[in-house]
Design a protein around this ligand. Structure first.
Ligand code: GTP
Ligand code: MG
Length: 191
């Protein structure tokens, strides 16, 4: 995995010559840690202070596709103007990017599905993008609790494609990576 560039506006995106997979979620959900776990090295910045990443960060993942680390949301200290620019940037990217294949929505398994997650799911449905949910920080709960959380989130989100992962122990990382490649990338043309 190699960092490519960061962008806010459409003209600054890299050329759409590779399929892309977006990684989104609330601030502190574990997006950057997930990318580092997949990469096997520190390519994405893991924040000390939540909500600092405000750009779309593009990473080249092998020669097949890219990951896009999206800025986290739900950080209380943000102003109305900042929220506005965040949702505009995210909506623009999710609805206009033709080479975007799908979005992995990360959430801490101890949190609940909220209107923010629902909004991202809707953007993907409306623009025909694939969508899955990955419950992060599985290592924080017992196996029994993990299974319970998975069921609760599947039910409230109405998303069947739901994974349990831990970037710390690497649990579920390979399975999610295989799912993304096999279901969203392999044998799919870049539109
Ligand atoms: N125990 C545990 N901690 C994790 C895991 N993944 C991430 N964390 C911790 O959660 C915090 C947030 O992780 P990040 O990867 O920076 O989260 P992010 O979603 O990129 O956050 P923003 O960039 O602010 O939106 C860090 O302190 C991580 O070390 C995990 O699988 N297990
Ligand atoms: Mg981050």
């Amino acid at each position: 995995m190699k960092y490519l560039k960061s962008a806010v506006l459409v003209p600054d995106y890299p050329p759409p010559n590779r399929p892309e997979v977006a990684v989104a979620g609330r601030s502190n959900a574990g997006k950057s840690s997930f990318l580092n776990a997949i990469a096997g090295s520190k390519v994405a910045h893991v924040s000390q202070e939540p909500g600092k990443t405000r750009l779309l960060n593009f990473f080249e993942f092998g020669s097949h596709y890219r990951f896009v680390d999206m800025p986290g949301y739900g950080f209380a200290a943000r102003s109305g103007d900042e929220m506005q620019s965040w949702s505009q940037m995210v909506e623009t990217y999710l609805t206009l990017r033709g080479n975007l294949k799908g979005l992995v929505l990360l959430m801490d398994l101890r949190r609940e599905w909220t209107a923010d997650e629902e909004m991202l799911k809707k953007y993907c449905q409306q623009s025909g993008k694939a969508f899955c949910v990955a419950l992060t920080k599985a290592d924080k709960c017992s196996t029994k609790e993990q299974r319970e959380r998975l069921k609760v989130i599947q039910k409230t989100s109405q998303v069947a494609e739901t994974f349990l992962i831990s970037s710390q122990t690497k649990t579920g990382i390979k399975e999610l990576e295989d799912f993304i490649f096999n279901e969203w990338i392999k044998n799919k043309e870049t539109r």
